[in-house]
Design a binder for this molecule. Structure first.
Ligand code: SAH
Ligand code: SF4
Length: 358
């Protein structure tokens, strides 16, 4: 239910609308999983709520932890049998950044965009997730993260004021968030809401394949979130070869809307660039990228390709990656090589689901 649906529901029960805030806070902020645990509402209301509505959680089909215990991956089965994936990644303090726990969430079961290197894309589109299904993935992982924090406090590994839970969210799981626009925005609002999960907007990143009209719309939402655009090539021929969406929204249109986005929001944009050996990783590709992005307030995330089940792409050698980064530096474009996590548990985009189906 949306907040206003909850208010109407309570109104119809003859209850004050004010209760909506309390219930909302109990579910999303405090993570209560039963109305009977909501001690701030009357016994009568608790019973009547539990007769009429329910707090549904996700059903776990598979749960895997990586060997180094830094990454967990869950495959959830939705009410209609659809399968989606969620990943929890733990990062230790590293001198530059504090320790953090990031949840990677899905917005669709499957994806219609068919990028050739992506396991989700190879499965085709099933359906959009509701905003509830998007938020529930975070609720699930937050419970785990909070319980770890408590265990560490008990062992004196953490001081009392240091309960963190989930600190960051990336919309980089299955599906294209901006193709499920309204539910993605509703989910972001609940995640960010102080009465909800209270995760700072600057700690939330939405990744898009590059849907031009939706990026424009997003620039007008007045959200302080991060936007990551999956570029993966700096010329139309190379990009179209792996990303069919490029035929609809070619690079010129995409870069134009990105510039508008930066202008309207004042926020730097992130460009993702999956390195595919001998496809988009040469020195010449790096020059083209540098030229394309020169002068745009941006950051490039270089991503080593994860092997997919039908993978036809190989990884770029580390010397080639370093050279690629060096070329970008010459254009004053900052870049980082994404730290990989969970490779041993198929934590790459859409990979766990495809393993089940094979
Ligand atoms: N649909 C959105 C968000 C989900 S995919 C998008 O495409 O941006 C999140 C990121 O994972 C994208 O940058 C996508 O290109 C990347 N990705 C997909 N398959 C991958 C693979 N096999 N190896 C590495 N990154 C991959
Ligand atoms: Fe869809 Fe993103 Fe995968 Fe492309 S990379 S198929 S847009 S999920």
């Amino acid at each position: 239910m949306s907040f206003s649906d909850l208010e109407t529901f309570l109104d119809n029960l003859g209850e004050s609308k004010f209760r909506a805030k309390q219930i909302w806070r109990s579910v999303y902020h405090e993570g209560k999983e039963s109305f009977f645990d909501m001690t701030n509402i009357s016994n009568n209301l608790r019973s009547s709520l539990s007769e009429k509505i329910s707090i549904d959680l996700l059903r776990t089909k598979i749960f895997l932890s990586s060997k180094d215990l830094s990454t967990d991956k869950a495959l959830f089965e939705l009410e209609d049998g659809e399968l989606i994936e969620t990943v929890l990644m733990r990062y230790k303090e590293d001198g530059h950044r504090n320790s953090r726990k990031t949840v990677c969430i899905s917005t669709q079961a499957g994806c219609a965009l068919g990028c050739t290197f992506c396991a989700t894309g190879q499965q085709g589109f099933r359906r959009n997730l509701t905003f509830g299904e998007i938020v529930k993935q975070v609720l699930y992982m937050r419970k785990l993260a909070l319980s770890e924090d408590m265990d560490e406090i008990a062992k004196n590994l953490r001081s009392k004021g240091e309960i963190q839970g989930v600190t960051n969210i990336v919309f980089m799981g299955m599906g294209e968030p901006l193709a499920n626009y309204d539910n993605t925005i509703s989910a972001i609002k609940i995640l960010n809401d102080p009465l909800g999960l209270n995760i700072g907007a600057r700690h939330i990143t939405v990744s898009t394949v590059g849907l031009v009209p939706q990026i424009l719309k997003l620039s007008e939402e007045k959200l302080q979130i991060n936007l990551a655009v999956s570029l993966h090539a700096a010329d139309n021929e190379t990009r179209s070869a792996t990303m069919p969406v490029n035929k609809r929204y070619p690079i010129e249109d995409l870069i134009n809307v990105c510039k508008k986005y930066v202008y309207k929001t004042g926020r730097r944009i992130f460009f993702e660039y999956v390195l595919l050996s001998e496809h988009n990783d040469s020195e010449e590709h790096a020059y083209k990228l540098g030229k394309l992005l020169y002068g745009i307030k941006c950051h490039v995330n270089l991503i080593p390709v994860n092997p997919t089940t039908q993978g036809i792409y190989n990884r770029t050698k580390s010397t080639t990656v370093l050279n690629f980064q060096e070329q970008l530096k010459r254009f004053n474009i900052p870049s980082t090589l994404r730290i990989e996590k969970g490779i041993d548990i198929n934590a790459g985009c859409g990979q766990l689901r495809s393993r089940i189906e094979l």
